[in-house]
Design a protein around this ligand. Sequence first.
Ligand code: UDP
Length: 431
Amino acid sequence: MDEKALPRIQLEDYQRIVGPEVIEQLFQLAEPLKGLKVVHVNSTRVGGGVAEILTKLVPLSNSLGINTSWEVIAGGDEFYRCTKSFHNALQGNHVAIPKALLKAYEEVNAANAEILRPILDDADIVFIHDPQPAPLISHFPERKGKWIWRCHIDASKPYRPVWRYLRTFTSQYDASIFSIATFAQPMPHPICLIPPSIDPLSDKNMDLPGEEVDTVCRQHGIDRSRRTILQVSRFDRFKDPLGVIEAYRLAKRFAHDLQLVLAGGSADDDPEGAAVLTEVYAAAAEDPDIHILMLPADANRVINALQRSADIVIQKSLREGFGLTVTEALWKGKPVIGGNTGGIRLQVIDHHTGFLVDTPEGAAYRIRYLLHYQDKLQEMGLKGKEFVRENFLLTRHLRDHLALILSLRNGGSDRIELHRVDAALALSAPG
Ligand code: UDP
């Protein structure tokens, strides 16, 4: 791809946020890897967490002297229907995938393998993200580089027939990365645990002037004199937007000025979004205090402003990979009421950076609590921000990648646990 399309990165800017030691460590790790060719491959350049991470991780890696590029495979309707089914199946849904869709999946990968052959043949390290491009590896039996399968999905209880099929591809890799320990599946190669991250300097996460936040709210009909709860998510059943509406309704009985903002858009590779959106409109039933915002994929500053304008951020997912929206909200000093699932558990430290909930009633109870105890709300917000600074910024993510590459080039080990959220243990300790 055209690397010029990616933003330029100044490491000094990160130093101001994470401190000089973190940057120094990155340089030390990168030194023996200078000039290496690293390629990332996924299936969408915009929309969803993976694209969000690669947009900055790739230039940051380049700024350390590692020759890093990002390729995107393209497919048709059948391909995306198939990979959406994989996504649901990895998250535990019993989905039967017709043979014709599997055929399209394999054909798209075969065609993309030929397009990418010159780049991938030449690569020292290849990161393949999620199931969409997983079969690429079978077209490179003579590969010289190390290939790593990076699973961003909660694959803790996959639907077995689909996982068995996918495993014929994923087991060919030299290593796998999962976001957290419980997501990992046994593999015949080293498994590495690396949580994702956010970029504190991106449009989505940088500091914004208060006037901009006001303007964005005004433009979207959000009344800043009212208290606001927000969920930012694709319109996807696993994100439980209907549960959020229910929680809002319950909480509003006691907080009459409450308004709910549901901000979303549909990722390029998510054909189910429209159906869920229709249900959301029906459930909102023209309540003027529910704001359903369909945002374009590049509305990063708008999402940033919405997160800053909210009193509380909700992420009531029923299943979640990592949940970057949680990280983004915590970074803005907002307590998060999150579904008790997946990577949300790693970020929402119950009673410290927010609350974990299992039901709309539970979410409503916590909304009421936080609206009532403003001092708690502020305190949790501050803790959340520091927690993200320590554990979930881009610099830590790149450090883990570099350490994995070094380890693989030195022979690797059976199971590599690069990152431990020690602070989580400290925060959740009583008192
Ligand atoms: N996002 C966005 N526009 C939307 C919905 C989500 O830009 O309409 C962003 C969101 O801010 C976050 C990412 O997409 O950065 C979603 O990542 P997450 O891990 O929360 O969920 P995923 O969509 O990958 O399941």
